[in-house]
Structures are given as structure tokens and as C-alpha cells.
Design a protein around this ligand. Sequence first.
Ligand code: SF4
Length: 201
Amino acid sequence: MADIVYTYENKVYLNITNACPCRCKFCIRNNGDSVGEAKTLWFDKHSPSFEEIKEALDAFDFSIYGKSVIFCGYGEPTCNYDALIKTARYLKDRGFTLRLNTNGLSDLINKRATAQEISSLIDTVSVSLNAPTAEKYNELCSPAFGEESFAAILKFASECKSFGANVKMTVVDVISEEDIEACRELADSLSIPLRVRTYSA
Ligand code: SF4
């Protein structure tokens, strides 16, 4: 079984699924089986249940890391939505600060509005914007939902912000300077800060 809890640069991460509706050209999963201190982030068969995640959390020594957890592994966390929400609630009740790194497609993945529930539990939602237009997004990320994906990402990010989450957007520096600037303008128009991530092969 894959590592559920792992650390990277002194932060604690939760890997709760390998499922994802995208195939981003820059996806870190293309480059190896793990990141940070994890041995492998690939699950054998199924995404872990809340009970399995809880067991992994309860066995982990947080004393040197502090009470902070980031949902980010080898898949899109909102693909394991029930476990994500139950785990977030479990950690929140114990005073943890939570961040979700997401592709922003939760509403399409789960076929319903999810921003309010997510924002009620997660402190910071980091949404991968990746591209300045739907066409360029689809070219870079090949989302299973096609054309409607990009608009859904913008809507999800805006709603998370309106429901009180600290929302950020990110792009990876595999796109042109011009596109990064266009992404910054788009994020600005939503009053959401944009962070440019360095691609790591
Ligand atoms: S959304 Fe994230 S996990 Fe999914 S393919 Fe893109 S980079 Fe990889």
C-alpha cells in the first residue's frame, strides 16, 4: 500500500487517491513513484477509506511538524471526496490547519456543488489554473470533462473564496511568459493571488 501520510520539506502531506480526470503534461506522477520522504505514492488497488487514512494519521508523530496538513498526493484529492471531507473534519476537530491542493474540478468530478463544504473545513485552497484560456488548458491538461472544465475551475475558485477560504491559484513555469502574465490578469480579476511554481522533473 502507498504511503498515505508523507513528508516533504518539513511539511506533512496526505495522499488519498491516485484518481484524476486530467493528464497534465507536467504532472509529477510521470517522473517517478514518490516525492519527499514517501516510498511510493501509488496505491495497489483502491483509494484509502477514511478509516485507513485515520489509522495512518493516528500512527504519525506530528510533534516535530506542528498541526498542519496538506491534501496533495499522486492524484486529485476531491476524487476521494467522502474520505477527504471526513478526514478534514477529523483534523479540524483536533485543531489542525488544512490546505487542499486541487485541480479545481471537484464539482464536475462529484456532479454537485462542493465549494461551500470544502471551504467550511479547509483553510487554504490552492487551485491549479495552469493556463489562461480553456483551449490552452485543455491542450496542457487533457481534462476528461473537456470544454466545460476551465469555466468550472474559475467558478470553483471564486466560490471557495466567497465561502471564506483563503484561495490561491498556481501555474507551472512550463508555459510562456505571456501566458503567465495572462493567468495573472485572470487571477487578479477574481481577486485571487497567483503563484508561479517551478517545474521539477
Ligand atoms: S491535475 Fe494534478 S494529479 Fe492530475 S494530472 Fe494534473 S498535475 Fe497530475
